[in-house]
Write a protein of this length. Structure first.
Length: 291
């Protein structure tokens, strides 16, 4: 029986930093985890020496956690041609994020391709390619940038497999690119995972290649296929449903790929504040279906 690599997004804060991330993941029954190196909405970051990496990995090995994924912050927008300062910040910060990812002993840095902010798809993709070449051409770290499949909200790029392929085709070091396949985003982008699971994967395989998927975000969706909304739902509480989510988690073709839950936190009874992580229960739900 193949061991499934499954975990969730976890926090990294306080004095323990990465050690706290690992302890949180262990409490969910996870064997992989994903984290941000700081708040995803800004560029404030502690120095690598303050991340408590050694202590975290020492604990991780005892907890059976052998792999981690890093997610780049949302503030990075390589697709912006309208504000040069936004593009320059994205290039500089992504370069540093690759260095932090390597220091944390992760080989996967998930990145949203970016938004063209009204300049059009072609201009946006050309700018993403320019940015990735600036970042990767002089970088020798052993880190893959995993472009995330997006829902197509607003001017987001990467909601079609063809757009992601266009980025691949323009990057000099395309061997450093991979894909983060997000189930909610793929559904919201209009790919009929529920009605035609194999057909969607076959289409992806023909355009980019299943071998390029380096991480899977396992999320249900609050919206029907093609809504372009990007609103995650808890497992079996949305339009995708448990059958398809279990199917992708247990798909032998993805046996060696980390599956990461990004589902919403829950409210305590009588409260409207989301204070309860659902991941221990949701990981158990997915594992119970092991075939």
């Amino acid at each position: 029986m193949t061991k499934i690599k499954i975990g969730s997004h976890v926090g990294m804060a306080g004095k323990e930093m990465f050690l706290a991330s690992v302890k949180e993941a262990e409490s969910y029954g996870a064997n992989v985890l994903m984290l941000y190196t700081g708040a995803p909405q800004n560029t404030v970051r502690k120095g690598i020496e303050a991340l408590n990496i050694e202590a975290g990995w020492e604990y991780a090995k005892k907890a059976g956690i052998e792999e981690i994924v890093v997610h780049a912050p949302y503030i990075i927008n390589l697709a912006n041609t309208v504000k040069p300062e936004t593009f320059e910040l994205a290039v500089t910060f992504l370069t540093r994020e690759i260095q932090r990812t390597a220091a944390m002993r992760s080989r996967i840095l998930v990145l949203h391709p970016g938004s063209h902010v009204g300049a059009g798809v072609e201009a946006g993709i050309a700018q993403v390619i320019k940015g990735l070449n600036l970042v990767l051409d002089d970088n020798e770290d052993d880190v893959f940038i995993a472009l995330e499949t997006m829902a197509g909200k607003g001017s987001e790029l990467g909601s079609t497999f063809e757009e992601l392929k266009m980025i691949y085709d323009g990057v000099n070091k395309r061997d450093r690119l991979r894909i983060c396949f997000d189930t909610c985003h793929v559904n919201d982008a209009g790919y009929p995972l529920v009605k035609d699971y194999e057909g969607v994967l076959e289409q992806f395989d023909q355009v980019i290649g299943l071998s390029q998927i380096a991480v899977i975000h396992v999320n249900d969706s609050m919206n029907p296929c093609g809504a372009h909304k990007d609103r995650h739902a808890n497992l079996d509480k949305g339009y995708i449903g448990m059958d398809i989510l279990k199917r992708i988690v247990h798909d032998e073709r993805f046996a060696d790929i980390p599956k990461i839950l990004e589902t919403p936190w829950l409210c305590e009874e009588g409260s409207t504040k989301k204070t309860l992580p659902p991941y221990k229960e949701e990981i158990a739900m997915l594992m119970r279906s092991e075939r």
